[in-house]
Design a protein around this ligand. Structure first.
Ligand code: BGC
Length: 819
């Protein structure tokens, strides 16, 4: 697979020929975005425009709108929880198909930063705390996308492990942890999948901003690792013309105002930059264009894309393979899950997220799926009629959120005279028009005001709260009544996307009746920030339903649970908790969800809790409920997959890709707040389970943990320096899949190292009673450390205990290996 990406002699020749025809201006122009998502075409050399799009759970395309829907796969944490690089490869193949459908050539994914602190806001968008698991899943993903002829940009290179002050933070990291942890997944992916692109992060590493990091980009990535793709800046991360081009950055995004283009040509003419340096970057871009089929005269790297993939089926498969069953109490020799529909005739489903499913994380990873299967819809479809009762129980969101449920909205664009220029559809009341991504007939020059208008049909009677998010003047009317007319000033926040990711402001309330539609209008004279690098219109209408008394809601849910044989409570985070542009403040479930679980569990001993979050949350009641299933952000088919797993059609296949802490206070590494601009990674090599081991802290659930619906006996382990062969037998009553995990523990270590680490893994299937062998390659690097004095990898000989495990702490067989 990786071989497909090696540039052919024909590619190299075509690249040189094209380069030879370009003058300095054209070269400099090619390295700068022409708009939010694309590079300019250069017809004089037969080069078409290269289009990029986020990533990673779907391909949004160049429009921020529900009119251009995308398949939404489960969150990256979920994909990692499958511990199956081949499934990640299949997900990648689907994404390539989606990209091709949308005319996208470069997918801005995967995100392979590490789970250093559970507070990391984009934790859901990264894979794991472990570099080996991250590297393997990332390699599968990249191989899959690129097998479809679409490029990836592995991001964010490197150490964008948290969001606080992400544009400026200087992450101070010693060479060993930098190599052995943070760079390691990027290195593995370069080796195993030969990605055609990387994205340079916003942050600094050891004093140098990443888009200018000559050492890491030119010396390490290109020099040592032999990477031959493009490096694109994260959006607005390129700050200096000379610094970036000398530091190895090929493409500055987005455009049209960037540090490249004219500024780059001028720097060459001034003698600050050699033209040959620009040529190198242009070569990289032309090579990428040749690979994805945008350069005339050469075949793309992939001429025969893989067979079509059924996106909905794959989204459902990944979701159920990702669910992690962390607790499954056995009573009277019968496990709580799966629920036997023949024995259980009544099921109470509880929780706001059971009805309004939270299927994906926020920020640039957002896509707009055509439909979403909520747990309520999934279970209702799977259970006999009348078996299910539903109660909200507690609403995790006590904040205004984008106006979605019950709203039918459009945006009306007018010029200065009030003439309508055009209209656009609106997902969730959010206007997000960047660059030329405007409704048909509308230009930024002519656009004077935008009115978000339409109807709202309340689901409940009572006092509804309305608000806005964004900067500038707003006039808000609901049901003919003026609720607000005023101006929101800039908060001074450093993040240019703050207007979109930031907190919504309450503007007024209205008493409304269930089922009775009312007119809604939010008028916004377009606000322009002089000198802003992007021309954009970004604001939202927000809404919050009537607040019912919390005790009353819980009492109602308890009553529902008491009358059913099984209670399933879905608890969730909100997009004010897990998103891009900010970190989390705590790990608790928002609202009164903990109280709800406790109350339901007290009323019904068969309480199953489904945790709908992209990353760890505290589960203080976890010992008091019968089962706990982590569903992550499960993608558009999440509710259907949940029914599959709860009712036992398939087993939950996931294992924890990250340690689940008992509480934030017990997490050994949590700090994400820089001091004087710096965030020192003081814990060095010890993050994730490595840190828990060092601090002798027992987490709520260890790395690698998760139950299926059958049992396994580990029969034999054979090990060499290159591989481990583990024979296991399915000793349960049904077919299943096991993820066999190999950890190394040095015996009497001579160097400072973690006491154990993941060295390899494989997932295998077997029928009831059958045995199967897991053949697990061990990478050479697993026996090496980075020698800081000599600046090179060094092999550490000695005795290692090799452990074949069900999880980090569930050791089934051991062998000693002398290397
Ligand atoms: C994010 C990137 C994303 C880019 C384009 C940035 O803010 O950090 O991950 O690819 O925006 O949406």
């Amino acid at each position: 697979m990786a071989g497909a990406s090696v540039p052919t002699p024909a590619h190299s020749e075509a690249v040189e020929t094209a380069l030879g025809k370009l003058d300095l201006e054209a070269k400099a122009r090619l390295l700068a975005g022409q708009d939010m998502w694309s590079l300019p075409a250069l017809p004089e050399i037969g080069l078409r425009s290269l289009v990029m799009s986020d990533g990673p759970i779907g391909v949004r395309g160049v429009h921020w709108t529900a009119e251009d829907p995308s398949i939404a796969l489960p969150s990256p944490t979920a994909l990692a929880a499958t511990w199956d690089p081949d499934l990640a490869r299949r997900a990648g193949t689907l994404l390539a198909q989606e990209a091709r459908r949308k005319g996208v050539h470069v997918l801005l994914a995967p995100t392979v930063n590490l789970h250093r602190s559970p507070l990391g806001g984009r934790h859901f968008e990264c894979y794991s705390e472990d570099p080996c698991l991250t590297g393997e899943i990332g390699s599968g993903y990249v191989n899959g996308v690129q097998s479809g002829g679409v490029a990836t940009t592995v991001k964010h290179f490197v150490a964008n492990d948290a969001e606080t002050d992400r544009f400026t933070v200087d992450n101070v990291i010693d060479p060993r942890p930098l190599r052995e942890l943070y760079l390691a997944p990027f290195e593995t992916i370069v080796e195993k999948a030969r990605p055609w692109g990387f994205m340079a992060a916003y942050n600094k590493v050891n004093g140098v901003t990443m888009t200018e990091h000559q050492h890491l980009q030119n010396e390490v990535l290109r020099g040592e690792w032999g990477f031959d793709g493009i490096i694109v800046s994260d959006w607005m991360a390129a700050r200096s013309t000379v610094g970036a081009i000398l530091g190895g950055l090929d493409i500055a995004m987005p455009g049209p105002r960037t540090v490249y283009g004219d500024a780059l040509a001028a720097a060459v003419r001034k003698g600050d930059v050699e033209e040959s340096t620009v040529d190198e970057a242009v070569r990289n871009v032309l090579r990428l264009a040749a690979r994805v089929g945008l350069l005339d005269g050469v075949d793309p790297a992939v001429t025969d894309p893989p067979a079509p993939v059924d996106g909905r089926a794959l989204a459902r498969e990944v979701a159920r393979r990702a669910f992690v069953l962390v607790r499954n109490e056995v009573r009277d020799r019968r496990p709580t899950l799966p629920i036997d529909p023949a024995r259980v005739r009544t099921l109470a489903l509880i929780g706001a997220a059971a009805r309004d499913a939270r299927v994906l994380g926020g920020g640039s990873a957002t896509v707009f799926p055509e439909h979403v299967v909520s747990p309520l819809a999934g279970l209702t479809a799977a259970l006999p009629e009348g078996a299910l009762t539903y109660a909200v129980g507690a609403d995790p969101s006590d904040e205004l959120a984008p106006a979605a449920q019950g709203f039918e909205l459009r945006a009306v664009c007018r010029d200065a005279e009030g003439n309508v220029l055009g209209t656009g559809s609106l997902p969730g009341g959010q206007v997000q028009w960047i660059g030329d991504d405007l409704p048909a007939g509308v230009t930024h020059e002519a656009l004077h005001s935008v009115e978000v208008t339409g109807t709202f049909t309340p689901r409940e009677s009572g006092e509804h709260t309305f608000g806005t998010r964004g900067i500038g003047a707003f006039t808000l009317r609901v049901d003919g009544r003026l609720l607000w007319d005023g101006t929101q000033a800039m908060s001074g926040a450093a993040d240019p996307f703050e207007a979109f990711f930031g907190a919504p402001a309450e503007r007024g309330r209205a008493h409304l009746t269930e089922g009775v539609p009312v007119e809604v209008s939010l008028l916004h004279p377009v606000h322009r920030t002089p000198g802003a690098p992007l021309t954009a219109v970004m604001f939202s209408l927000t809404h919050l339903g009537p607040r019912r008394d919390g005790d009353e809601l819980i009492a109602e849910a308890v009553e529902t649970a008491r009358n059913a044989e099984v209670a399933v409570v879905v608890v969730a985070t909100t997009d004010r908790v897990e998103s891009e542009g900010f970190d989390r403040r705590d790990l608790s479930l928002p609202g009164r969800q903990d109280d709800l679980v406790r109350a339901v569990a007290a009323a019904n001993p068969n309480t199953v809790v489904v945790v709908n979050s992209g990353s760890p949350v505290e589960l203080p009641w976890r010992g008091d409920v019968a089962a706990v299933l982590l569903s992550w952000f499960p993608g558009q088919e999440g509710g259907a997959a949940l029914a599959d797993v709860l009712l036992g059609h398939t087993e939950p296949g996931g294992r924890l890709p990250t340690t689940w802490p008992t509480a934030l206070a017990a997490a050994p590494v949590a700090e994400v707040q820089p001091t004087d601009g710096q965030l020192p990674y003081v814990e060095g090599l010890f993050i994730g389970y490595r840190a828990y081991d060092k601090a002798a802290v027992t987490p709520a659930y260890p790395f690698g943990h998760g139950f299926g619906y059958t049992s396994w006996e580990y029969e034999s382990l054979e090990v060499t320096r290159a591989r481990a062969k583990v024979r296991i037998r399915n000793t349960g009553g049904r077919a299943g899949r096991e993820t066999v995990q190999i950890y190394l523990a040095p015996v009497a270590d001579t160097v400072e190292r973690p006491v154990r680490w993941l060295a390899g893994f494989a997932s295998v299937e077997a029928a009831a009673g059958a045995s199967v062998e897991a053949d697990i390659p061990l990478r050479g690097r697993t026996f090496e450390i980075w020698d800081e004095a000599a600046s090179r990898w060094t092999f550490v000989p000695g005795q290692y205990e090799v452990r074949a495990c069900h999880s980090l702490t569930d050791v089934r067989l051991t062998a000693t290996l002398e290397v």
